[in-house]
Design a protein around this ligand. Structure first.
Ligand SMILES: Cc1ncc(COP(=O)(O)O)c(C=O)c1O
Length: 400
């Protein structure tokens, strides 16, 4: 473990799992050191940058936040970014900025953290669930097309880049063009992932990121809307700041209804340092995933898919097996953190009982919810940790 001393409890449902320490270079099978499912890394640089902000005293919105926005937009290859208090508020602000009106329908994935659909409801819209492609766990364009052929109230698509793998954006954007829909990418789990060589964030009208501690980069709590559209950037910036007039003169000039969804300067300071390290974090995650792919290839489980046009950043390394619960129990016995993302698809959540579109049957999502298990893949895993994970998974299947 690094010098981060708080183990996050949830990550939009992502539990940090067992243990507080990793870093063992022990022998394969040496499970004396727990291997957590997530382990955020906060460097000395981040602490120093935060200390500077504390000394400066400008704790809320300010130049540090503006600098983080510019740097994050540049990283994504986008024209603009608007920092927010978390990923959920980023999604909410993006939908408001795109003019979602009460009751209008937005198609999204039921196999995601609940915030993807909650943001649509919080912005006044109605989530419509299309099923996922069982290989990639992301929105199935064929099912989206089927819905678009039946309904004429859909105004937008909100695909989720689940586990760090982008959804099939070329196919989804083609459908959006055909039906005149907006596209908001839920990139909360996919910082730095690519489609056709371009980083996610510019495939649609807006993209939203979360900086929760277990994500590929963190600010503690935080979020970002990224867009190439000036109008969307301006409206989102106003919405997250009480509807203030972004180009106006007076700071108490409120032109629309808005929230306080602003990011703090402390969060931005951490984010700027994390962003400098993101590419290295992602390379390490990919390297860990490649190791697992090779070492687990002969076992009766499915390892993650990476279509040729996409670059996965392995926010999660998720395997699939009908023996999921027993495998999770074996790993737990050995103090290896695992996670089920997500055991209950959104349309089956109690909070969705009153949402009429949640009555849909979505077999691929429901099956995935019964079979997926995420293994530790984060950047803090040592060579010994990942061997420990492989050994435990292999022992589970070979002892049967
Ligand atoms: C796919 C997805 N969407 C939205 C969110 C919401 O982000 P936050 O927890 O920062 O509000 C998360 C966070 O876990 C997520 O994983």
């Amino acid at each position: 473990m690094t010098d981060s001393d708080t183990t996050p409890e949830t990550d939009g449902g992502i539990d940090a799992g067992t243990g507080t320490e990793s870093g063992s270079d022990g022998d394969p099978g040496d499970n004396a050191t727990p291997v957590p499912i997530a382990d955020p890394e906060l460097s000395t640089d981040a602490r120093e940058r935060v200390a500077t902000i504390l000394e400066d005293g400008r704790l809320a919105d300010g130049p540090e936040v503006r600098a983080f926005e510019e740097e994050f937009a540049a990283y994504c290859g986008a024209d603009a970014a608007v920092a927010t208090s978390n990923g959920t508020t980023a999604l909410h602000a993006a939908l408001e900025a795109l003019g979602l009106e009460n009751g209008e329908a937005v198609i999204t994935s039921p196999f995601s953290f609940v915030a993807s659909a909650n943001a649509i409801r919080l912005a006044g819209g109605t989530p419509i669930f299309a099923d996922i492609d069982p290989e990639t766990y992301t929105l199935d364009p064929a099912d989206v097309r089927r819905i678009l052929e039946k309904r004429d109230d859909v105004v937008g698509l909100l695909p989720v880049h689940l586990y760090g793998l982008p959804a099939d954006m070329p196919a989804l954007c083609a459908l959006a063009d055909e039906h005149d829909l907006f596209v908001v990418e839920d990139a909360c789990q996919a910082h730095g992932a690519k489609v056709d060589g371009h980083r996610v964030g510019t495939c649609g009208d807006a993209a939203c990121f979360s900086f929760y501690p277990t994500k590929n980069m963190t600010t503690g709590e935080g979020g970002m809307v990224v867009t190439n559209r000036d109008d969307v950037a301006d409206r989102a910036a106003s919405f997250v700041n009480h509807g203030r007039n972004v180009s106006g003169t007076g700071s108490y000039d409120h032109v629309t209804l808005g929230h306080n969804f602003r990011m703090t300067s402390i969060a931005a300071a951490i984010g700027r340092v994390q962003l400098e390290r993101l590419s290295q974090f992602n390379r390490t995650r990919r390297d860990n995933a490649a190791f697992y792919n090779e070492e687990l290839a002969d076992l009766p489980l499915e390892t993650p898919t990476e279509p040729a046009d996409r670059r996965h950043v392995y926010h999660q390394y998720t395997v699939r097996t009908d023996d999921r619960d027993a495998l999770a129990a074996t790993l737990e016995e050995r103090d290896i953190g695992t996670g089920i993302y997500y055991e209950t698809p959104i349309h089956r959540q109690p909070a969705y009982e009153t949402v009429s579109t949640a009555a849909a049957r979505l077999p691929a999502s429901e099956r995935a919810a019964d079979e997926v298990l995420s293994l530790p893949v984060h950047q803090e895993l040592s060579v010994g940790d990942r061997r420990t994970v492989v050994e435990a998974v292999r022992d589970h299947f070979t002892s049967q």
